[in-house]
Design a protein around this ligand. Structure first.
Ligand SMILES: [Fe+2]
Ligand SMILES: [Fe+2]
Length: 272
């Protein structure tokens, strides 16, 4: 990576970090109104969803390993990984606390769940650093969209504490999305043609990390239902805003046009 790009990344990281420190830090122990949690209001579906997303967030060691393998010798990107990792570490932890404090899971169940989840390993889905940056950008926005729909569901069913948890997590995911979009925009400035080719490829082949971790069709379809992401939502809430943020349209992407209709006839989580 050339020096100009490295310096631009560094400025982008400083801005990201400053905003996070000034406006976005939240405390798992004091910023959630745990005292108002109604332990008589169990909701099996919301609890299963929270457990699933907690599980996806639990692959943090694998996400960090992949990031540091690719970017560990780049100052800004390595420091971003450290900050990002701290923020992400709270996401699984706060959902775990919710499941426990709401009385919907015991400590033993949560330890068993962690053992089951961590017995698997997440492998990074793309080879090149630039493809992985693009993947990170899409993945962060996807998690934002998922948490936004969970927040609505929690609020609509009278679970304001869970709704508030999803609000705080979702705000982090949106900040991560914006940082990745900034990095990808810098890549576009540096090598427009190559970056557009990578972007087209990742948008066409994107899958949520949970997909490779869930072995059977049944658990994939449970996940699919709980995320609320289907082909239409993927196009409308993930692909379109991403292209708009990068000042691109579908016509800027090299052929085959993205999204390729055949790829998205079925929901992205349900392909193959
Ligand atoms: Fe997260
Ligand atoms: Fe995130």
């Amino acid at each position: 990576m050339n020096r100009d790009l490295r310096e631009s990344f560094h400025r982008a990281y400083l801005t990201f970090f400053e905003q996070a420190e000034r406006t976005r830090r939240w405390n798992l122990f004091t910023d959630i109104d745990w005292d108002s949690l109604d332990t008589t209001q169990a909701d099996p579906q919301l609890a299963t969803n929270a457990e699933t997303f907690c599980g996806v967030e639990m692959f943090l060691p694998d996400y960090l390993t992949a990031h540091l393998e690719l970017f560990g010798r780049n100052y800004a990107q390595a420091w971003f990984a450290a900050t990002w990792g701290y923020e992400e570490s709270k996401h699984s932890l706060v959902l775990r606390e919710y499941l426990h404090r709401s009385g919907q899971r015991t400590e033993a169940q949560l330890h068993d769940y962690a053992d089951t989840v961590l017995a698997k390993r997440w492998e990074r889905p793309y080879e090149s650093p630039r493809e992985m940056l693009i993947y990170g950008m899409i993945q962060e926005l996807t998690t934002f969209v998922v948490y936004r729909s969970q927040r609505t569901m929690a609020m609509d069913t009278g679970h304001p504490v869970l709704g508030d948890i999803y609000r705080l997590i979702g705000r982090d995911e949106m900040a991560h999305t914006k940082f990745y979009q900034h990095m990808v925009a810098l890549h576009l400035d540096e090598d427009r043609e190559g970056t557009l080719a990578d972007l087209a490829h990742v948008l066409r082949t994107f899958r949520m990390p949970a997909e490779q971790l869930l072995p059977d069709a049944e658990s994939r379809s449970v996940l699919m239902r709980s995320t609320g992401i289907n082909a239409q939502v993927y196009l409308r809430d993930i692909v379109a805003p991403t292209l708009a943020a990068l000042h691109l349209t579908r016509h800027d992407l090299p052929a085959p046009p993205v999204p390729a209709p055949a790829e998205l006839v079925r929901p992205p989580l349900d392909r193959e």
